[in-house]
Design a protein around this ligand. Structure first.
Ligand code: TEU
Length: 542
């Protein structure tokens, strides 16, 4: 059992991300909810995870599926009540599972009372909670664009001012230069800590110190000053685990974010590896060059070893399903899902599993009119405007839309995959009849039990938690292999990242290694050869 009062307990832990809207509905309204999550805690305990990162559950008009909060201390009614949340925290704790809440501190919903007040006048005490600039309807302060398309400035005629929004128009940016804003947010965080929340994921935390007059959004000059103040005022307990979403982070920055004195956060989500298979925009799909991925992960492992702490992830609610993106969703779906899992979980850092990843869930082939996510809907309109064909746009959406990750969790082969007895809020993947948790639990060779073994190994093997990293065959375009080492242990992780047989001669010392894990039932090892998507973890002691 991990001592979660101690700083650093997360270095032996594995976390699971739940997108509440799509996880489990309990009352038949077609929306996932907190009682539904409670009903699935035994499943998560079987998997063996130590914590659950909940995407936002607070009150919200749902313009961005909850990342537009209108009341930080209330639960969105279709998700349940504060009492349900307290019950979830207690029931999860009984099973050794910490609840990690998603904190959206960069912006609120435009329906938050603070913003409603701010609109009432320039001298309203809440006006300066947001970022305003004088202007005229046809002359915004500058030409900054929002992440979801369109200008980053929205004009309010009654005030003859623009407000700044890095994301949707309905997500006005909070003004972090205002100490009263910071104080309100720290108090809110303590409200949740007092309810028993044991960690936080911090939405776009690297964008809070924006300076729009200088067109600065990420890594603003006062960023780490604000994060240190946030940590000192809100993350008081050494055992609170905090993970910041930082698209702009490089290894140097990540060392600051995960400073070992606890002065900032526990770790960050960095995205360098996730952007290797795209062009100027994420919609410009490019093939993944494995050598680039190997170089990227090797750098992050080497630079943070003993200097900071990595998060490890390949999936989340904003990303397409990795088995469709870098694996094989067809013939070798199970092998490739396991291969990608071993690649990630063999690294140093805290791994995150996104709901359904442990089943090898795949992307969903939607029609253009079916997309729900506002980022995708805006892209479709923008690219049609720019003259892209619907075929090109559909290919981009199917490959990269966030909606790929937001299809309902596939629990069994009954109607709606056991997600709801009502009409699901979003399309379910038709492959749920083959890919579902009930089938996985019955099949000892399923992706699920492979993940459970990986999670258990992290607690068993010090070399997984603290070993160094040495990349093997760095220029091989098909095989990802590396060795982790401590003074007493060595671990070899080998991944054939293709659907073809590949030659691979591992380090001779591992000839006498113990096979810990493989994704072929017969575990047969043909010296010097790897089968399609074959992965193996081999262990040496002494
Ligand atoms: O995401 C921040 C963010 O930058 C991503 O939305 C990114 O722009 C996009 O996914 C590129 O693929 C966080 C949350 O994870 C996301 O769900 C929210 O929509 C966004 O912030 C605004 O809160």
């Amino acid at each position: 059992m991990l001592d979660k009062t101690k700083f650093g307990w997360w270095k032996s832990a594995v976390f699971y991300q739940i997108y509440p809207k799509s996880f489990q509905d309990s009352d038949g309204d077609g929306l996932g909810d907190i009682p539904g999550i409670i009903s699935r805690l035994d499943y998560l305990e079987t998997l063996g995870v130590d914590g659950v990162w909940l995407s936002p559950v607070c009150a919200s008009p749902q313009a961005d599926n909850g990342y537009d909060i209108s009341d930080y201390r209330a639960i969105w009614p279709p998700f349940g009540t504060l009492r349900d949340m307290e019950r979830l925290i207690a029931e999860a704790k009984k099973r050794g599972i910490s609840i990690i809440m998603d904190l959206v501190l960069n912006h609120t919903s435009d329906e938050h009372p603070w913003f409603r007040e701010a609109l009432r006048g320039r001298d309203n005490p809440y006006h300066d909670y947001y970022v305003w600039r004088d202007g005229t309807p046809d002359c915004p302060p500058n030409d900054m664009r929002a992440c979801f398309g369109g200008p980053a400035w929205e004009y309010v005629p009654e005030l003859q001012q623009y407000y700044f929004h890095q994301f949707a128009v309905k997500q006005p940016d909070l003004n972090w230069d205002n100490p009263q804003v910071r104080r309100e947010l720290y108090d809110m965080i303590r409200f949740w800590v007092d309810k028993g929340v044991e960690g936080f994921r911090l939405d776009v935390i690297d964008q809070i110190a924006k300076e729009p007059d200088r067109k600065i959004t990420a890594r603003g000059p006062r960023l780490h000053e604000y994060v240190r103040e946030l940590s000192a005022n809100a993350f008081l307990e050494p055992g609170l685990v905090t993970v910041g979403e930082a698209w702009s982070a490089d290894p140097e920055e990540a060392k600051r974010w995960s400073a070992r004195d606890g002065s900032e956060l526990s770790m960050v989500f960095q995205f360098e590896h996730i952007t290797l298979d795209q062009g100027p925009e994420k919609w410009d799909v490019r093939p993944l060059e494995l050598v680039k991925l190997k170089r990227c992960l090797e750098r992050w492992q080497r630079e943070l070893h003993g200097q900071g702490w990595n998060s490890l992830f390949l999936n989340n609610h904003d990303l397409p399903r990795i088995v469709s993106r870098w694996g094989d969703p067809g013939k070798y779906r199970v092998q490739s899902a396991k291969c990608l899992a071993a690649l990630l979980h063999g690294l140093e850092g805290t791994p995150y599993i996104y709901q359904g990843e442990e089943l090898g869930m795949t992307n969903i082939p939607l029609a253009l009119e079916d997309y729900e996510d506002l980022e995708t809907v805006n892209m479709i309109a923008e690219r049609r405007e720019k003259g892209f064909s619907d075929g090109e746009i559909l290919a981009s959406a199917r490959a990269r839309s966030r909606d790929n990750a937001r299809t309902p969790m596939q629990w069994d082969d009954s109607k709606n995959a056991g997600f709801t007895t009502g009409t699901p809020w979003f399309f379910g993947n038709p492959n749920y009849r083959e890919i579902n948790a009930a089938a996985a639990l019955r099949d000892p060779e399923s992706v699920f039990w492979f993940y459970r073994r990986l999670i258990a190994l992290r607690k068993e093997l010090a070399v997984l938690r603290e070993g160094d990293f040495a990349l093997l065959c760095p220029e091989d375009p098909a095989v990802f292999a590396y060795v982790r080492r401590t003074a007493r242990e060595k671990l070899l992780v080998v991944c054939n990242m293709t659907g073809n047989e590949q030659a691979f001669a591992g380090p001779p010392e591992f000839a006498s290694g113990r096979l810990l894990l493989s994704n072929y039932e017969d575990d047969r090892k043909t010296p010097g050869l790897l089968r399609p998507w074959e992965t193996r973890m081999e262990y040496l002691e002494g």
